[in-house]
Design a protein around this ligand. Structure first.
Ligand code: SAM
Length: 183
């Protein structure tokens, strides 16, 4: 499949390690259940979560990223499996307790419509009790947009984490928003 990330992923660990804030949250979260990592890339988060004991399904359109993820998961005998698929049509079934989106949204003008649509679908489809974990580059406008879409969905969530984490590899800060769908 032709994807610009295939070229980036010739470099090992292109995006580096998981953010310290992501590591801290998932190390301390007691329900080690099933995670759907939408846009998992080479699997920096999926493999980390697999090592912690989570079962992870990763989805990405980069076949190169998915091959790398599956190879590492197999070598380490993790419960992590990647699939080449489009996140914009991937169904969020009851199988998934946690949906992870890392660096997938930015709400730029050209993408805001499709990103809003997929976020609305995730909000609707995730089961009650399920978590949506969004990590994106810090930015007042995009954080407001994220929260607006969630609020306007009418679905009630408990906010488990609303904060920032360092991203040492890129000398940047990322916004972490982790919410739980109420029954
Ligand atoms: C910025 S990278 C983030 C990768 C990973 N979440 C991480 O943080 O390491 C964006 C990823 O989204 C994937 N992607 C972009 N559009 C996609 C789509 N429609 N369906 C599935 N994956 C997509 C790209 O191939 C790339 O791996």
């Amino acid at each position: 499949m032709n994807n610009p990330y295939n070229k980036h992923y010739r470099q090992e660990s292109y995006f580096g390690k998981p953010y310290p804030g992501l590591v801290e949250f998932f190390e301390n979260y007691s329900n080690r259940n099933v995670v759907l990592d939408l846009g998992c890339g080479q699997g920096r988060d999926a493999l980390f979560l697999g090592r912690l004991g989570y079962k992870v399904v990763g989805v990405d359109i980069s076949d190169v990223g998915i091959q790398q993820l599956n190879k590492a998961a197999l070598q380490e005998k993790l419960q992590v499996e990647g699939f080449v698929a489009d996140i914009y049509s991937f169904g969020i079934t009851d199988e998934y307790d946690i949906v992870l989106l890392d660096s997938m949204f930015h709400f730029y003008k050209n993408d805001v419509e499709k990103e809003t649509k997929v976020l609305r679908r995730i909000i609707e489809e995730i089961k009650p009790g399920g978590l949506i974990c969004n990590f994106m580059q810090k930015g007042n406008k995009r954080e407001k947009e994220l929260k607006r879409i969630i609020k306007e969905s009418g679905v009630t969530f408990e906010v488990l984490l609303d904060g920032y984490t360092d991203y040492p590899e890129y000398d940047a800060e990322f916004h972490m928003y982790i919410i739980k769908k109420l029954e």
